[in-house]
Design a protein around this ligand. Structure first.
Ligand SMILES: Cc1cc2nc3c(=O)[nH]c(=O)nc-3n(C[C@H](O)[C@H](O)[C@H](O)COP(=O)(O)O)c2cc1C
Length: 209
C-alpha cells in the first residue's frame, strides 16, 4: 500500500514538473493555455525568427479572429489586415520595412495593419472632438494589442514595425487611399530569447489623486 502510494506520488510529481517546464516561453508545446500573466511577461519584440517553423493560414485566421474582440469607437471596427504568407509577397514586404529587413527575414508571416479613416471619432461625417482620426489609430493599436497577445498565447512571437514604406505597401496590396497604413507586424517563432528592455518606474508614469 505504502509502496504503491509512493510510486503514484512520484508519477504525479514527474507529470507536474513536465507541465510547468512546457509552460515557459514556448507556450504552444503543452497544448495547455498559458495564464494571462505568462502571456504578458513572455511577450517581447522578437527580432530573430526560426526559419524552420511555419505558420498556417488557419492559424493566422484564428489569431485575427481574436482581434475582432477588441473594443472600438462605437463598434466601428476600423482596423484591416493584409497578410503576406506566400514566398513572393513575403519577399516583397521584407524590402519595405527599411532597417527591419534583417530582423524579420525568417518570419513566416508579415501582417500589414491599417484603419479606415473617418469612422472612429466621427458621427454622421463630423469629427466628434479634437482627436479626430487619432481615434482610428487608437482603435488600431487596441486591435494590434489583441493580435500580439493572442499570438503569444498561441506560442508565436511578433515584432511591431513602425519603420516601413507606406506608399510601397499601399501599391503591393492595393490598399485604398481611405485607409491609413500603420504597422507591419511579423509573426513567427523566436530563434533566441529576447531581452526585456527596462521600464520606467511606475511612479514616473502614474499619479494618484
Ligand atoms: C508603434 C511601434 C513601432 C515600433 N517600431 C519598431 C521598428 O520599426 N523596429 C523595431 O525593431 N522595433 C519596433 N518597435 C518595438 C519597440 O522597440 C519595443 O516594443 C520596445 O522597445 C519594448 O520592447 P518589448 O516590445 O520587447 O517589450 C515598435 C513598437 C511599437 C509599439
Amino acid at each position: 500500500m505504502t509502496k504503491n502510494y509512493l510510486i503514484g506520488a512520484a508519477i504525479a510529481l514527474l507529470s507536474l514538473t513536465s507541465c510547468s517546464n512546457s509552460n515557459s516561453s514556448n507556450t504552444e508545446s503543452a497544448g495547455t493555455s498559458p495564464s494571462f500573466d505568462e502571456v504578458l511577461t513572455s511577450r517581447r519584440s522578437v527580432r530573430s525568427y526560426d526559419a524552420s517553423k511555419k505558420i498556417s493560414e488557419a492559424e493566422v485566421r484564428e489569431l485575427l479572429l481574436a482581434t475582432q474582440e477588441a473594443p472600438s469607437w462605437a463598434n466601428q471596427q476600423p482596423s484591416k489586415y493584409y497578410v503576406a504568407i506566400s514566398p513572393e509577397k513575403l519577399a516583397a514586404v521584407q524590402d519595405m520595412v527599411g532597417g527591419n529587413k534583417d530582423r524579420i527575414k525568417d518570419a513566416p508571416v508579415l501582417i500589414v495593419s491599417t484603419f479606415e479613416r473617418g469612422r472612429s471619432g466621427f458621427f454622421q461625417g463630423n469629427q466628434t472632438n479634437e482627436v479626430g482620426d487619432g481615434w482610428g489609430a487608437y482603435d488600431n493599436g487596441l486591435s494590434n494589442c489583441y493580435l500580439i497577445m493572442k499570438a503569444r498565447a498561441m506560442g508565436f512571437d511578433t515584432l511591431i514595425m513602425g519603420m516601413r514604406d507606406a506608399d510601397q505597401l499601399r501599391e503591393l496590396f492595393a490598399i485604398p487611399e481611405s485607409e491609413t497604413i500603420m504597422a507591419v507586424i511579423s509573426l513567427g517563432y523566436r530563434a533566441e530569447e529576447p531581452n526585456r528592455p527596462e521600464r520606467k518606474p511606475l511612479d514616473d508614469v502614474v499619479k494618484f489623486y
